[in-house]
Write a protein of this length. Structure first.
Length: 60
């Protein structure tokens, strides 16, 4: 039998894997629109900062 692995998205702020069903959000970088930013529930709740890996934009 072959097993398939699924790559989970990772929170842009804390680098923690985002589990299916978690109250996370994803959106394109507000500045460059080139990168999808993932935010886990905790980082959203505590307004932790994130940084776009493409353009360096930082947001709350």
């Amino acid at each position: 039998m072959s097993q398939k692995s699924v790559a989970l998205p990772v929170c842009t702020s804390c680098n923690r894997p985002i589990m299916p069903g978690e109250a996370a959000s994803k959106f394109h970088c507000p500045s460059c629109q080139q990168v999808i930013v993932w935010r886990c529930e905790k980082c959203r709740k505590f307004s932790r900062r994130y940084k776009c890996v493409n353009c360096g934009f930082e947001g709350p």
